[in-house]
Structures are given as structure tokens and as C-alpha cells.
Design a protein around this ligand. Structure first.
Ligand code: FDA
Length: 476
């Protein structure tokens, strides 16, 4: 049941007994709005109609996260966790339905400790991947890296717990393939290491979404070797220059090349970049070079920049392709990109290391047989409602159905899309059956194992959102 205003008061009182007041922001605090919006990455979810948290806690210490959960349990207030705030549906800081919840914002819980000799690092969830890459590059003289996402401001907490792939996916696989330990606060407020987390839940937080299982505070990862210099290139090809043929061919070549090569494709209307040739740079620099896409080198210290523009809102979704799309269909897709209010498609080739891992090794099941991932994304000016842009994505998604994976139509959990389905709460617990609709798209056969892991660590479904794993508790 929703807590009464009296229990909200008791909750805040409970927090203040264990957490320094400067780390708690209630709705009446002068800096509440700035703390809330500083890590909102999609202005679409920063409107007067957005359900805000009852309060924000910014832990500097594990005990602050534990206290928030303990007080929340005692007084009937749920918790949502935010690391980098990049969730495509804003579920880390907003509730779709009116609900009283507290936000645990890990923005200042973000140290990175690199052990060069062992080629490992401990990284706190509030760090950005840019901060991780920078620290690893500095500590290793550009000889080590970590295989995770491209956008430097993504938070480690959400990104790792949902999979995490980027430029090194063909060479080394994805972030969760390299997570070797973690620290988790569970729904009873306990602070657990890998052993105490247990085999099944440790499996689950590596791709099944951290928010269903607790608050992941820190991760220990294995770093990977890279040469001190890599080559990066940006090659624009217009439709008049044969883009349809290039794309048709890329589908065969991109996933089959030696795994030292990764060729991401941006399919868009018009070319927002300049022609340039191969450039040599460190791996850390290549992340920025490819992410920004201007064809100009970007100073590596930009990896430490945590601010992003709030000028545009966006809607995204994803698909997986297991059979090359025919040439004439690509020609039609370019027609979609020429319609009013179009978005773009980003294609990441698989094959190599990402595809060599068995589907059940981690919750992330999009492995052998996948040619590439499609990310659809449409941006619009923050002040607009984005209705035509969202419609464009939904219509294109419907058009693509015959050409992408089927039964289930796979989707990437980290490109979260509530159009795929959302939880139905039955008897105060999210329904396992209803969750299959979206859960099997993200996790295929791993959905059931995730639900069983959830049943072990949080059978009451305290940690939940619109697309959290429902608990499944075996009878008897
Ligand atoms: P955020 O803080 O919003 O959290 C996302 C989800 O994880 C929420 O449900 C939240 O509750 C939960 N969560 C966060 N921290 C947690 C914690 N410590 N413990 C438990 N649960 C926690 N992906 C990719 O694989 N490769 C890429 O290259 C990119 N690029 C990219 C660019 C841009 C501009 C965006 C907006 C997104 C991406 N992504 C991506 C997707 C990205 O991986 C995804 O949005 C991640 O969930 C973001 O993690 P954050 O911590 O930033 O999000």
C-alpha cells in the first residue's frame, strides 16, 4: 500500500538518524530540483507531470544506502537507484504511476581503483565509463582498457548491470563478461560481497538489471590489453555514393572480419560529419573520436566531463538481426530516413568474442548467430512533445518486424523501451507471467532463471519498477 504522509514523515525521520543531513534532499530543500535534474539525461522526463521522488539520498558510504533501504522497508517507501541517469525511460529517477519512492543517487559514490599489476579495477557504480577509461588509460600508460559502452557519461551502475557493449565487443565481449566481484545492498539492507550474494544472484546482476536485485555499489572488473595506438576512421557514404550496396555488403563483412576490427554504422538522413582519413590514437582517445564523430581529435580529458546537453529529448528502441536484410529492403529503409521528423539507426556488428559466449553464461542472451544490433533513436527539441518522432520510431519498428529476430523478437535491455511491455502487479508482487511479454525479448530463456534469482533475494518484490524482474518462488 502507498505510505501515508505520516509514514513519509517517519521515513524521513528514520533517514536523518543514520545519514548526515547534507546528503538528504527533501522536496522542500532549495537544491532538490538541481540535484534531481543534474543527472536527468532526457528532458522528456523532467516536466511538471513527472512523478518526482519523495527525497534524494546521495550516499558517500555504503551505510547510507543500507540505511535508506532499512528505513524504506520499515515505513513502506520504495527505493529507486540512479547511477548515470541514462535510462531511456528515466526509470532510475521517475515512477510512471503515482508512487512514493526515495531516490538513491550514487553520483558522488564514484571512485575507481586500478590494480595495474593484476590488470583489475574496483569501480563504484556512480563513476561514468569515461572516468573508468581515463583512470585505466592513465594507470597503464594506454596499455589496458575495459570493454564497455561508447558514450562517456553512461553510469557504471546501470550500464554494467544491463550488459554494456562498445568498441571492443568483437575483441573482448561486453562489460559483464569481465565482472569478477561486486558489492550489493539487498532488500534487507545487508551489505553483501560476491560470496554472500550467492551464485544465482551474482549471475543475475551481470546483465539482468541491478534494480531488481538491490543496490550494486561497486564492481571488480578484469581489464583487457590494448596496443598503445589504435586506428580510427570515419567514412561517410551517401545514397548517391552507393550507401545501399555498402550496407548490404557490410552485413556480411562486419560480423565476420577479424575481431581486431569493429565497424559501427550510423544510418541517417544527411551526413553530419566530414570526410577524414585513418588516424592513430590511443584506445581511450578513440572512444571520444568515434562518439563525437566530428572527424577531429578530442582531448582525452573530455572523458571526465560529466555534463550532457539538455537541449534534446529522445525515444529509443532496439532489434537484433540474424539474417542479412535484402538490398531492396535497405533501399526502402532509406525512404524512412527521408520522411519528416526522422531518427537514425545505429548498427553494431557482433561476431567474435561477444558471440562466442553461451547464451546462458550471463543474462545477456544475444550471442551466437546474431549478425548485428540495431539501435533506433529519434531526438527532438526539448520544448516539443515529440509526438511525430515517437510515431516515426513506432512505425519503423512495425515495418522492420519481418526482417529482424523472431520468437522472441529480441531487444537489448540497456536500450529500455516501455512499448515492449510493463509489469502488472498482482497481490502486491509483479506478475511473472505478465512480465514474460517484455522479459523474454530482453533475456530469452534466461528470463525464468532471473525470476528465480529474484525470488531468492527479494521475494517480496521490494525493489521494483515498470520493467523489473518479477520474483518466482518455487512451490513446496
Ligand atoms: P541509470 O542511472 O538511469 O540506471 C539505469 C537502470 O539501472 C535503472 O533502472 C536504475 O534503477 C538501474 N541502476 C542504476 N544504477 C544501479 C545500481 N547501482 N544498482 C542497481 N540498479 C541500478 N549502452 C551500451 O551498451 N553501449 C553504448 O554505447 C551505449 N550508449 C548510450 C548512449 C546514450 C546517450 C544513452 C542515453 C545510453 C547509452 N547506452 C549504451 C545505454 C546505457 O547502457 C543504459 O541506459 C544504462 O542503463 C545506463 O546506465 P546509467 O547508470 O547511466 O543509468
Amino acid at each position: 500500500p502507498a505510505p501515508s504522509s505520516a509514514s513519509s514523515g517517519d521515513f524521513l525521520h528514520c533517514l536523518s538518524a543514520s545519514i548526515p543531513s547534507e546528503l538528504i534532499f527533501t522536496q522542500s530543500s532549495p537544491s532538490f530540483t538541481s540535484v534531481l535534474t543534474s543527472y536527468i539525461r532526457n528532458p522528456r522526463f523532467s516536466t511538471p507531470g513527472t512523478v518526482p521522488p519523495l527525497c534524494i539520498v546521495t550516499p558517500t558510504n555504503a551505510s547510507h544506502a543500507q540505511a535508506t533501504v532499512l528505513c524504506g522497508r520499515r515505513h513502506g517507501v520504495r527505493v529507486r537507484v540512479r547511477s548515470g541517469g541514462h535510462d531511456y525511460e528515466g526509470l532510475s529517477y521517475r515512477s510512471v504511476q503515482p508512487e512514493t519512492f526515495a531516490l538513491v543517487d550514487l553520483a558522488i559514490f564514484r571512485s575507481v581503483r586500478v590494480d595495474r599489476a593484476r590488470a583489475t579495477a574496483w569501480v563504484d557504480s556512480g563513476a561514468t565509463v569515461g572516468e573508468l577509461y581515463y583512470a585505466v588509460a592513465k594507470a597503464s600508460g594506454d596499455r589496458l582498457a575495459f570493454p564497455a559502452g561508447l558514450c562517456p557519461t553512461i553510469g557504471v551502475g546501470g550500464h554494467f548491470s544491463g550488459g554494456g557493449f562498445g568498441l571492443l565487443l568483437r575483441k573482448y565481449g561486453i562489460a559483464v563478461d569481465h565482472v569478477i566481484d561486486a558489492v550489493l545492498v539487498d532488500a534487507q539492507g545487508r551489505l553483501l560481497d560476491k560470496k554472500a550474494i550467492g551464485r544465482e544472484v551474482f549471475w543475475a546482476i551481470r546483465g539482468g538489471g541491478g534494480e531488481s536485485f538491490g543496490i550494486v555499489l561497486s564492481w571488480r572488473v578484469r581489464l583487457v590489453p590494448v596496443p598503445p595506438k589504435v586506428a580510427s576512421f570515419i567514412v561517410p557514404v551517401s545514397v548517391n555514393d552507393g550507401a545501399v550496396d555498402v550496407l548490404t555488403k557490410w552485413q556480411e563483412v562486419g560480423p565476420a572480419l577479424p575481431d581486431d576490427l569493429f565497424i559501427r554504422v550510423w544510418v541517417m538522413n544527411g551526413l553530419g560529419m566530414n570526410r577524414s582519413h585513418c588516424r592513430e590514437m590511443s584506445w581511450a582517445e578513440s572512444v571520444l573520436y568515434v562518439w563525437v564523430g566530428s572527424g577531429q581529435p578530442i582531448p582525452v580529458t573530455d572523458l571526465l566531463n560529466r555534463t550532457t546537453s539538455m537541449d534534446t529529448s529522445n525515444k529509443g528502441t532496439s532489434d537484433y538481426v540474424r539474417r542479412a536484410i535484402p538490398r531492396d529492403v535497405w533501399a526502402e529503409i532509406f525512404g524512412w530516413l527521408a520522411k519528416p521528423d526522422p531518427g537514425i539507426m545505429i548498427l553494431d556488428p557482433y561476431g567474435g568474442a561477444i558471440s562466442a559466449v553461451p547464451e546462458a553464461a550471463t543474462p545477456f542472451p544475444h550471442r551466437g548467430g546474431v549478425l548485428y544490433n540495431i539501435q533506433y533513436i529519434n531526438n527532438w527539441a526539448a520544448g516539443n512533445d515529440g509526438e511525430p518522432n515517437v510515431r516515426w520510431i513506432r512505425d519503423l519498428y512495425a515495418f522492420m518486424a519481418p526482417y529482424v529476430s523472431k520468437n522472441p523478437r529480441e531487444a537489448y535491455f540497456n536500450y529500455r523501451d516501455l512499448d515492449l511491455g510493463r509489469n502488472v502487479v498482482v497481490g502486491n508482487v509483479s506478475s511473472y507471467e505478465a512480465g514474460k511479454v517484455w522479459g523474454e525479448k530482453y533475456f530469452k530463456g534466461n528470463y525464468k532463471r532471473l525470476a528465480l534469482a529474484k525470488g531468492k533475494i527479494d521475494p517480496d518484490d521490494y525493489f521494483r519498477n515498470e520493467q523489473s524482474i518479477p520474483p518466482l518462488v518455487p512451490e513446496g
